[in-house]
Design a binder for this molecule. Structure first.
Ligand code: SF4
Ligand SMILES: [Zn+2]
Length: 286
């Protein structure tokens, strides 16, 4: 009986999941932006959309400098400031070749599978840039090579060794993979033609309406720009209806370590792992 109930419950959960979530790739205001990803999720509530947003920003591992050993620093900046600036350098991340230190065979002691050594040597007068950091792995390199680290005056020297590791944004912002945000989409309907059509066209901030053949119409391509401000509802005396649609437009703008598609995949994997861990813990309770 118990087993039957469990099977029924699992079947119904799968059915709901498949029916509830619709994901479609959307362009950025008609233009396709290669670096960012936008998709629409329908049939979920705001807490689910926010869970995804937090997973994208906080649970996807990326590479950043964690330890710095300064051999020489004649610059005007303290060692700590240079270490901090190095920590914020954005590196292309190769998730196939490295493990999170906690998940590595070495159990966090440090090995070639969870650490990458880097060196930097410079003599002034010059500006030291991220591109001056040397690594043994050609796949891990600064995304923005012109990121300035420090300026060196005549004969000033900087020499250091650093270790980069994988980490997640939940622990420190330097390991954050992207900026992710969403907006709730609107269901817009013109139920009756209002008299003040031109005024509504003018007052809608993203200019979603137009007058065609003396009729007020919605410009379909612009519906997703609606701010849910209700100005058109008030101006039309309720002849226009605007409701939140329970659909969300999610945008992922990566900092550059990973492609947006990799960010989505890694975030979902991390979520799966967390849920499995939770299920295991629950099954242990009596
Ligand atoms: S709610 Fe605001 S943004 Fe949306 S269509 Fe109406 S006036 Fe325009
Ligand atoms: Zn290791």
């Amino acid at each position: 009986m118990q087993e039957k109930r469990r099977q029924k419950r699992e079947k119904s959960i799968k059915k709901v999941e498949l029916k509830m979530i619709k994901v479609s790739i959307a362009g950025t205001s008609g233009k396709k932006d290669k670096d960012s990803l936008m998709f629409e999720i329908s049939g979920v509530d705001i807490s689910y959309a926010n869970t995804l947003r937090r997973l994208f920003m906080s649970e996807v591992p990326v590479m950043a400098i964690e330890d710095v050993e300064l051999r020489k620093n004649d610059s005007g900046l303290y060692d700590e400031i240079i270490a901090h600036r190095l920590g914020l350098v954005v590196f292309k991340t190769d998730l196939k070749s490295y493990n999170l230190p906690g998940d590595c065979k070495c159990k966090g002691a440090g090995c070639a599978q969870c650490q990458l050594k880097m060196t930097l040597k410079a003599k002034g007068p010059c500006t030291v840039y991220a591109s001056d950091i040397k690594t043994k792995d050609p796949k891990v390199k600064p995304i923005y090579p012109k990121t300035p680290i420090v300026k060196l005056l005549d004969d000033q020297e900087l020499e250091l060794e650093a270790v980069a590791i994988l980490g997640v944004g939940r622990v420190h912002a330097k390991w954050s993979s992207c900026l992710a945000y969403y907006k709730e989409l609107a269901d817009l309907q013109i139920e009756k033609q209002p008299d003040n059509k031109e005024e509504i066209v003018e007052q809608c901030p993203p200019r979603i309406f137009e007058v065609k053949n003396s009729k007020l119409e919605i410009i379909k391509d612009k519906v997703n720009d609606c701010l849910l401000c209700n100005a058109c509802v008030e101006l039309s005396g309720g002849k226009i209806k605007v409701e939140p649609s329970k659909s969300f437009l999610m945008t992922i703008e990566p900092w550059g370590q990973l492609e947006p598609q990799e960010i989505v995949k890694e975030a979902i994997d991390a979520y799966d792992e967390q849920l499995e861990e939770f299920t295991e813990l629950i099954s242990k309770t009596k």
